[in-house]
Design a protein around this ligand. Structure first.
Ligand SMILES: C[S@@+](CC[C@H](N)C(=O)[O-])C[C@H]1O[C@@H](n2cnc3c(N)ncnc32)[C@H](O)[C@@H]1O
Length: 202
């Protein structure tokens, strides 16, 4: 008899996995964003959004359903995604200077309403390797958000709890008047991921 795989069992029984299949979202991650948007209403009709770490695309799908015909999404990932309406996708590593500059070029001095980042590096399981990589992604995300967001814009970003976490909060508070920590129900309790929601640039 085949041994059951605990991860696979958990995945198949996960209510968000089931829901995402029924509602045609590409990943259960959609429900993390839906919960926080529903509470804080920071993506609206006509919003202009940057989605970092967008693959396979469920956050962009959620946003695309909200922003109407005048809204727009620029999305980036190292992995390619299937096309989504209203999404202009840039393939490449966000930490690569060329890719960072290409994103700025696509934004073309327009002001962005919301920067999303669900980026997580390939995790090795060793915090001393994973945490610095993740913190670097967060620092670079804050850096681009401060350049491109409109004054009342929002940054919604994944952060892993651990060494360097307090520095990221401090960094966000340096630039934004309002910073709150969000742990949506779809984010597994045992996962060290949480999300920061920051707005009102100083
Ligand atoms: C949890 S997934 C994002 C899921 C996505 N929010 C969705 O709803 O479909 C994290 C993504 O971050 C991407 N990523 C990690 N490091 C990156 C980098 N340096 N540049 C761009 N994307 C990166 C990964 O390729 C992965 O697709």
């Amino acid at each position: 008899m085949k041994k059951s795989n605990p991860w696979l069992n958990q995945h198949l029984n996960d209510e968000y996995v089931k829901k995402s299949k029924q509602q045609n979202y590409r990943s259960r991650a959609a429900y993390k964003l839906i919960e926080v948007i529903t509470k804080h209403q920071f993506i609206k009709q006509d919003s202009y959004v940057l989605d970092l770490g967008a693959a396979p695309g469920s956050w962009s799908q959620v946003v695309s359903n909200i922003i109407g015909k005048n809204g727009k999404i620029i999305a980036n990932d190292i992995l390619d995604i299937e096309p989504i309406k209203k999404v202009e996708f840039l393939l490449g590593d966000f930490t690569d200077e060329d890719v960072y500059n290409q994103l700025l070029k696509l934004i073309n001095n327009n002001k962005i309403d919301v920067v999303l980042s669900d980026m997580s590096p390939n995790l090795s399981g060793h915090p001393s390797i994973d945490m610095p990589k993740s913190m670097y992604l967060c620092e670079l995300t804050i850096n681009i958000a401060v350049k491109i967001l409109q004054q009342n814009g929002y940054l919604f970003m994944k952060v892993f709890q651990g060494s360097g976490f307090d520095d990221i909060i401090r960094s966000c508070k340096n630039y934004f008047n309002k910073v709150t920590i969000q742990k949506p129900k779809a984010s597994r309790a045992k996962s060290k991921e949480i999300y920061l929601l920051a707005n009102q640039l100083k």
